[in-house]
Design a protein around this ligand. Structure first.
Ligand code: G6P
Length: 609
């Protein structure tokens, strides 16, 4: 989704802004722009398309400034176009960038238009900049004007503002959309994600909801939503600049697939030494809260939702705890009955997904005993607003299609299942058995990823296809769903997943020689049933691609392509079997020449509804 970068320094900040925008490209966007202020005034440059195009345009007009704001836009109000791209201006002295949505923009716009303001875009953002202009006309300074204007705005927003007559001030606001301040030496910055600023600093202040900041080269003044001065602590980024680089890999997604053994290792390290240790990773309040849990409600979006679906099988099977899983965008808008003793669990890579956050904020029922966030970003809203937190340690995930975040979420969820199960009397011997299996995960994932070459070869079969079916049974059904999601996200091939037992209730009608059918077949209790389902496909001429346990005896034959997976213990199989499906969609997408890391129309972090 939209990205913000801003900087104030004693040197030209153009490069900092463009580099920052490039580092935010992964979030998904359709246009980009920058406003730079120097002694002569503000130069604004905007372009539809990629940041590289904007960079060329900035060089062409020699735009430079010691203070500036920049933006990548993911269209919500108004089509992707140069006129709708940020920064937006009111007159020639005031420039503003905005993430989020202003819900009451239409009434504000009507009022401003009746007062003579002319709008040059279809965006909701433009009302903010004109409102600011209006207040500034009354003689208030920029920071004061921003504080007045935000009171009129409904919705979610993060803002960056500069003004010609106060060239030593960069104003930032956070309300419902993330924004961090980066601290440099005699220069400071803002960004919607700290990753944008890692080339220039590793020290950050995370603004709280409602905070407004006035930033100069040597200081930061912050007021909270009530206008009271506050001090927010600075934090050092835990990681290296290179964590967010592509390195030797062709795409971030490829790098992130191969990082999974290390990501899982880091997520589990020092956390699964013994059954009694497990609960520590969920926070100090976990023992008291887990004790009261009778049922679990999981809410998430996209890939994180699929992780929740896997957890449901584990929770009911291993811990005997009932579990409901729902996509956040549905859950938040329907009336639901909350059973007594419900643990509310959100799962999110970014911790900023608008629907997931909204669902969390709507958990007032006293029947909730606690809120647990399983999340990859320590500084995120979801983490800050949940009393229990399990941090996945996947490191920055840049590819829009989630990979290592998913498998580390699964590792965390399995720990949660064991920790909850233990509170409910699950024997330590049983838990120890699963922990021993979990310790094999990095190695098993590495073995699964070593099938890369044969999978690349197999992917040639999919390049010309328009549709694909994914089948799985039991806990592998969500894995099949995730496989289908990956394929459609990055290769744009229409893909559906079914619980294999449902095949004959509809999707079998679609099967012919043009429909590749992908199946995951670990050596579990449902294997024989799955084999029958595969026969049903074969009998209709469907071409089968089976990722099978080497001991499962699924035979290669005409129309049946088998890739042998390592022998994997049943409980952890969903984590390991995800890997070949990620690789399959990756290679199909590369062959089809799509934008693997930034697939069309999608965003990494969906911060609007
Ligand atoms: C977007 C991303 C998906 C992700 C989903 C949920 O749709 O493209 O990859 O699974 O959001 O994101 P979250 O950060 O909450 O896990």
């Amino acid at each position: 989704m939209c990205g913000i970068v801003g900087a104030i320094a004693q040197r030209n900040v153009g490069n900092i802004l463009i580099t920052g925008l490039k580092r935010l490209e992964y979030r998904g966007y359709d246009s980009a722009g920058v406003a730079l202020l120097n002694d002569k005034g503000i130069t604004r440059v905007r372009r539809q398309g990629k940041v590289a195009g904007l960079e060329d345009a900035v060089t062409e007009v020699s735009a430079a400034g010691f203070i500036g704001v920049a933006h990548t836009r993911w269209a919500t109000h108004g089509k992707p176009s140069e006129a709708n791209a940020h920064p937006h201006m009111s007159g020639s002295d005031l420039a503003l960038v905005h993430n989020g949505i202003i819900e009451n923009f239409q009434e504000l716009k009507d009022e401003l238009q009746s007062q003579g303001y002319e709008f040059t875009s279809q965006t909701d953002t433009e009302v903010i900049v004109h409102l600011l202009h209006q207040v500034l006309e009354t003689g208030v300074d920029l920071f004061g004007a921003v504080q007045q204007v935000v009171k009129k705005l409904d919705g979610a927003y993060a803002l960056g503002v500069i003004h010609k007559s106060e060239p030593d001030k960069l104003i930032a606001v956070r309300s419902g959309s993330p924004l961090v301040i980066g601290l440099g030496i005699d220069e400071n910055y803002i960004a919607s994600d700290q990753l944008a600023l890692l080339p220039v600093t590793n020290r950050f202040i995370f603004l709280e909801e409602g905070d407004q900041a006035e930033i100069s080269i040597d200081g930061v003044r912050i007021v909270d939503a009530d206008g009271d001065s506050v001090v927010r602590e600075a934090h050092e980024f835990d990681g290296t600049h290179e964590d967010a680089e592509k390195g030797e890999y062709r795409h971030y997604m490829q790098k992130e697939i191969f990082e999974q053994p290390a990501a899982i290792q880091k997520t589990l390290e020092d956390r699964i030494d013994s059954p009694a240790d497990l609960i520590k990773a969920f926070g100090e309040k976990a023992p008291a809260i887990f004790d009261q849990v009778k049922t679990v409600q999981i809410v998430a979006c996209g890939t994180s939702y699929h992780a929740g679906m896997v957890a449901r099988y584990w929770l009911e099977d291993i811990a005997g705890i009932p579990c409901q899983v729902e996509v956040a965008s549905e859950f938040r808008y329907r009336k639901h009955v909350v059973p007594e003793g419900t643990l509310f669990v959100t799962i999110s890579q970014s911790g900023e997904t608008a629907d997931t956050l909204a669902a969390l904020r709507d958990t007032q029922s006293p029947n909730y005993v606690g809120r647990l966030a399983i999340c990859n970003v320590d500084s995120s809203s979801l983490v800050r607003e949940s009393e229990l937190v399990f941090l996945t340690k996947a490191g920055p995930e840049i590819g829009v299609a989630s990979t290592k975040a998913f498998t580390t979420q699964l590792a965390g969820l399995l720990m949660m299942v064991l920790a909850l199960g233990r509170q409910k009397g699950l024997a330590d011997s049983e838990i120890e058995k699963v922990l021993a299996e979990m310790r094999q995960l990095p190695n098993l994932i590495e073995q699964a990823a070593s099938l890369d070459k044969p999978i690349e070869k197999l992917s040639e079969h999919f390049v010309e296809k328009h549709h694909a079916l994914f089948l799985g049974r039991g806990v592998q059904f969500p894995v099949a769903l995730e496989g289908a999601l990956k394929l459609k996200e990055i290769s744009y091939i229409h893909a559906e997943a079914y619980a294999a037992g449902e095949l004959k209730h509809g999707p079998l009608a679609l099967v012919d020689s043009d429909m590749p059918v992908v199946s995951v077949a670990p050596n579990d209790e449902l294997l024989e049933k799955l084999k029958s389902n595969l026969q049903e496909v074969r009998a209709r001429g469907g071409e089968l691609y089976v990722f099978a346990d080497k001991n499962a005896h699924v035979k290669e034959g005409e129309g049946i392509h088998v890739l042998n997976m390592p022998a994997v213990p049943e409980t952890i199989a969903p984590i390991v079997y995800t890997v070949p499906l990620q690789l399959l969609s990756y290679h199909v997408a590369v062959l089809r020449g799509t934008d693997v890391d930034q697939p069309r129309n999608l965003a990494k972090s969906v911060t609007v509804e």
